[in-house]
Design a protein around this ligand. Sequence first.
Ligand code: SDX
Length: 431
Amino acid sequence: MSDNIAKIILDGKTYELPVVVGTMGEKAVDISKLRDMTGYITLDNGFANTGACKSAITFLDGENGILNYRGITIEELAEESTFIETAFLLIYGHLPNEQELNRFSDGLTRFSMIHEDLKGFFNGYPSSGHPMGILSAMIGSLAAYYPELVKPDPSREEVDSIVVELISKVRTISAFSYKKSRGEPYVYPRHDLKYIPNFLNMMFSSPAKEYEINEIVVDALQTLFILHADHEQNCSTSTVRLVGSSKANLFASISAGINALWGPLHGGANQSVFTMLTQIQKEGGDIHKFINKAKDSNDPFRLMGFGHRVYKNFDPRAKIIKRKADAVLNDLGIHDPLLDLAKRLEEVALKDSYFIEKKLYPNVDFYSGIIYKAIGIPEDMYPVMFAIGRLPGWVAHWKEMIENPKNKIGRPRQIYTGEVNQHYIPIEKRS
Ligand code: SDX
């Protein structure tokens, strides 16, 4: 709390509201008692000015392009850590010691298989089914196979089991949906491969040829998964918290988060960026034509991968991914004209007054697809890659919420603007 107070005058009466200050200096007016005190609620379209909770997991500073996980900068973690170590940090609040890391990693290896019955689900899907829809359905269905992990108030040990099951199996389900889409046989997880090599093997090996693990590709996915691992109260994480606040189980909460992430304004943007770049390329590469379309308020076209609710300066993740895209394509000896196109688009946009005034910069989704494409991942799997990376963040927020004894079910209010004083009219008397 702070000595500061907020005063609000309503109907001639002055009310005082407490102020909360976070460990990085963020300030909030606590309106928990506002309606009881004044009869008023607040309205905030898209919750742009509303804090849903206090959290110790991730800190964002949108004005200065800062992103920290548990107090450690994203730049350090992307440079020094691994995805599994970062996942542990987000979920348990500290960097694991060797014993903790080995136990966590061994669990991820041991629980990578999915129940054979789940293959029946895959067989029921059309091969054209979007893998995000399959992933959310499968994750939700895991609750049916692990009834012991579906209790409303799981013990700490049960939470630890659910966490490992989910983070491990998300790879297997994702790789199986990819194989399904290509009509290829599923490749099972292996106990001799670590997290990311195991995923790549399930994605790209076949009975005809074993995939050769390329350390450049493993390193690129380590960085991408770390950068996507959490982002405080974004749309999908807020969805996981809201669903979980009713004491719905983690499988159901994560399944809801996957669906929220799927939207093209959120995690689905990485696939939309690829579609946009391909369209610009197909139409001759006229960047100014598309920049003008994005600026035209009468044109629904938006520059996908640009803009952010919080970052009104650069997205620190986009800077790292752009550098990583250059390095990966160079190391793999790939020249992708879409990367050149994306860079030109960024250069033109950042000099344009529309984007400058509206503080629109490339976000995490602008360059990530370039790397996924170079690895051989198809565009409809890009949001799935985002979900694999974001899963530890979702889990960390769900765990932080259920461990908070003061947590309440999320239930926002509204201001009603509909009809008043209406009465029932028998159908024969209606117009
Ligand atoms: C992610 O929240 C998170 O942290 C999300 C995320 C995470 O890690 O979880 O960072 C991941 O979702 C990144 C964002 C990916 N989405 C896209 O790239 C889609 C394209 N971007 C936009 O649709 C938009 O910028 C959003 C959705 C990202 C943010 O939307 P806001 O904050 O609601 O802002 P807005 O739509 O009100 O836009 C403000 C103004 C508007 O103009 P005016 O009506 O004021 O005249 O800026 C314009 C918008 O038209 N604008 C754009 C634009 N983004 C905003 N104009 C053209 N192209 C764009 N991309």
